[in-house]
Design a protein around this ligand. Structure first.
Ligand SMILES: [Zn+2]
Length: 63
């Protein structure tokens, strides 16, 4: 839907941009192992578990 640039007021243009760029909080869920909030579909940062199984062992970590 192309509209000539000068036909769209600053207000309309800015309102459109404001709605499209709204920030959403990322989807968080609780880790099944430690109860920490984790990003869904990511390994838990606190204990290295994902979907109830240990994926990254904390002992292996180098830092
Ligand atoms: Zn965890």
């Amino acid at each position: 839907m192309a509209v000539p640039k000068r036909k769209v007021s600053k207000s309309r243009r800015d309102m459109r941009r404001a709605n499209n760029s709204r920030l959403d909080a990322p989807d968080m869920s609780k880790c099944k192992n430690c109860g920490e909030f984790v990003l869904s579909h990511r390994v838990c940062k606190a204990c290295g578990h994902y979907n109830g199984a240990e994926v990254i062992s904390k002992a292996e970590e180098k830092k």
